[in-house]
Structure formats: structure tokens, C-alpha cells
Design a binder for this molecule. Structure first.
Ligand code: HPA
Ligand code: ZN
Length: 348
């Protein structure tokens, strides 16, 4: 039976700010797309595929993640991928999402930028109409590719500027510091994109990479960023700039040895704008509700703390201020109606 806390989490309207659309490719869909595209996968069935998902750090995860993308070839494939995520996450009461896509992982295989964004865009429109979920796109550069390749990708994306809210940086952080992309992000900022970057958990030079994000790139948000807790001054600066941090507990459990729920609690207690997200839900199994529940259980968070995490999702989003307020009011109303219903039930 579901606990009162689980129902509370499920019932709240939520925002997701850190999810890679390619990381939502579930094995069943991967098989279906492979068949449609006449490709043979090296697995007998879905459970064999899941068994092959062996990773315990970022590079070993990334190898499986990129390999999985081979089935994404046509516009329809990107449409099906994105619509499946929107259907699933909307079923968990996620009402707003800012999600990543990795164009270089496709253009490097001969799939055009237009094919990728065309399919995703169509899914965004249909997802909003069918499931009522509003979304925005963040284009990530792959940090283990060159800065020149990132700049070329930015230029290819310029005609689609109105469809992309911000740019980010993902893939293997080792020896690929934020500074490597300073010019690309400067250009992106001057073109009107909002800026974020992955500061993955427990990386070599994590803290100095975080400082680079702040001082050299002037990011508008930080993806992951758990290691900021190692530097008091850095935490103060993140708070002073009111920057959101998009933390991904189940992902952390796979690639960083634990959910980092103690760190999430510490961030909440410091007043940092920490949010909970699913990262790559098909590989680190769990969407929003499972991520919130995992942290709540491990850290024994109160409802007020869960509510704060959910509120942070909207206030750290890149929505216009009046829209944030509207969503935050919906959260409060949902919390109140939930409380009223429970009180009535208790009285009976
Ligand atoms: N970190 C870096 N690169 C990624 C991730 C992540 O969490 N997910 C997909 N690509
Ligand atoms: Zn990520």
C-alpha cells in the first residue's frame, strides 16, 4: 500500500529541470525503433538489455548512453522518444519541464540537427496539447568534443533560436573544464541563451570547476553541483546569486556511490535552491516521483522539506516571474487541498 508521504509526493504539481531526452530511451522503445529502422541490437530481449546496463561511474554510464542512441535516426524516432517521456512524466504530475538534448551525439552520426529538433519540437507541441505539460529545451554541448565543434553546433542552432531556451554542457568532465568552452558560452549568452553547465558529482577538480562556472562563465544555474558543499564561500556565493542546483539522486546512486541525500538535506538547511530531477530515467530507473521518494525515505525528510524541494523546482526554473508565481500558487493549493482531504478523513 502507498504511504501517506508517497501520495503526498505524487499529488504535488512538479517541475523537472535536469533530464536528458536521450536518457529517457526505455529498452522497449529502443527495440521498437531498432526494428522500424532495420537495425539488429546485440541483445536477445529487454531483460538482456537491462542486464547489459553495467556502470558505476560517469564514463562507464556514458558508453552505454551513447551506444543506445544508434536507433535514433529519423524525425519520427525523436518524436516518439520525446512524446514517451512527456506522457510518462505528466502521469506523475510534472507540469513543467526544461529538458536537455545532445545534438552532437546525432550530427556526429550523420543525423541532421533539423531532424533532431524537428521531432522533439513536434512532441513538445503534442505533449502540451495531449498531456497538458509545458516544456522548454536546453541544448547541451558535449564537453569531451572540441570547443570548435561546440561553436559550430551553436551556429547551426541559431536559426532555431526561438525553440531553445538555454545551453548546457554535459558528457565526460574529466580534463574538460568549463573554461574550455568560455568563448562558446560567451557567444551563446550574447545570442540570448540562458546558461547552465554540468558540475558532476565527485569529479576531479569539482570545486574549481564550480568556481569557473561562477566566475568565468556566469552561469544562470548549475547542474548537479553537490560538491559546492566542500567550500563555504562557494555556497555563500551560490546563495547570493540565487542560483538553482539540479540534483539527481538516483543517478548519483549509480555513478557517485549514493543518493547524496545527506548533502541534499544540508543544501536545504543552508537555504540553497536545490531541486530534484531524474537525469537519465531509462538508465537510472526512476522518474520524478521515484527520485523524490528515494531522497525523502533515505533522509527522512518532512513534508515541509519535500514541499521546499518541489517549490525550488519552479523557482529555479527559467520561466517568467509571473508564471513561476502561478505554478507556486498551484503547489500551495495542492498542498492545502491534500491537507484538507486528510483532515476530513481523520475526522471520520
Ligand atoms: N552527466 C554528464 N553527462 C551526461 C549526463 C550526466 O548526468 N547524463 C547524460 N549525459
Ligand atoms: Zn545530466
Amino acid at each position: 500500500m502507498k504511504s501517506d508521504m508517497q501520495r503526498f509526493i505524487e499529488h504535488l504539481p512538479k517541475a523537472e529541470l535536469h533530464m536528458h531526452i536521450e536518457g529517457s530511451l526505455e529498452p522497449e522503445l529502443k527495440f521498437r525503433l531498432a526494428e522500424r529502422n532495420g537495425l539488429e541490437l546485440p541483445y536477445e530481449d529487454v531483460s538482456a538489455m537491462r542486464r547489459a546496463y553495467q556502470f558505476d561511474d560517469l564514463p562507464s554510464f556514458l558508453a552505454v548512453y551513447y551506444e543506445g542512441m544508434s536507433v535514433l535516426l529519423e524525425e519520427e524516432d525523436f518524436y516518439d522518444l520525446a512524446l514517451a517521456y512527456l506522457r510518462k512524466t505528466a502521469s506523475q504530475n510534472v507540469v513543467y519541464a526544461e529538458f536537455f538534448f545532445d545534438p552532437q551525439a546525432h550530427t556526429s552520426r550523420g543525423v541532421s540537427f533539423d531532424t533532431v529538433i524537428g521531432g522533439i519540437r513536434r512532441a513538445q507541441v503534442d505533449g502540451e496539447r495531449e498531456y497538458g505539460i509545458r516544456t522548454n529545451l536546453i541544448m547541451c554541448f558535449l564537453r569531451d568534443m572540441t570547443a570548435e565543434s561546440a561553436m559550430e553546433t551553436l551556429e547551426i542552432a541559431l536559426p532555431y533560436k526561438d525553440l531553445i531556451l538555454g545551453v548546457g554542457l554535459d558528457s565526460d568532465e574529466r580534463n574538460n573544464p568549463p573554461l574550455k568552452f568560455r568563448e562558446v558560452f560567451e557567444r551563446a549568452g550574447s545570442e540570448g541563451f540562458l546558461l547552465t553547465m554540468h558540475c558532476d558529482v565527485d569529479q576531479q577538480d569539482s570545486v574549481s570547476h564550480l568556481w569557473q562556472c561562477m566566475n568565468e562563465i556566469s552561469v544562470n544555474r548549475i547542474d548537479h553541483g553537490v560538491n559546492s558543499l566542500e567550500d563555504e564561500r562557494l555556497c555563500d556565493e551560490i546563495i547570493a546569486r540565487d542560483l538553482g542546483l539540479t540534483v539527481c539522486p538516483i543517478s548519483n546512486g549509480y555513478v557517485a556511490g549514493g543518493l547524496k541525500s545527506a548533502e541534499i538535506t544540508a543544501m536545504l538547511e543552508k537555504g540553497m535552491k536545490v531541486t530534484i530531477n531524474s537525469d537519465d530515467p531509462a538508465y537510472f530507473p526512476g522518474y520524478m516521483n521515484e527520485n523524490l521518494t528515494a531522497v525523502q525515505e533515505e533522509a527522512a525528510l518532512s513534508k515541509d522539506q519535500v514541499l521546499q524541494l518541489v517549490r525550488n523546482g519552479f523557482s529555479a526554473s527559467w520561466l517568467p516571474a509571473e508564471d513561476k508565481e502561478r505554478y507556486l500558487r498551484r503547489v500551495t493549493e495542492s498542498w492545502q487541498s491534500n491537507t484538507d482531504t486528510r483532515e476530513q478523513a481523520d475526522e471520520k
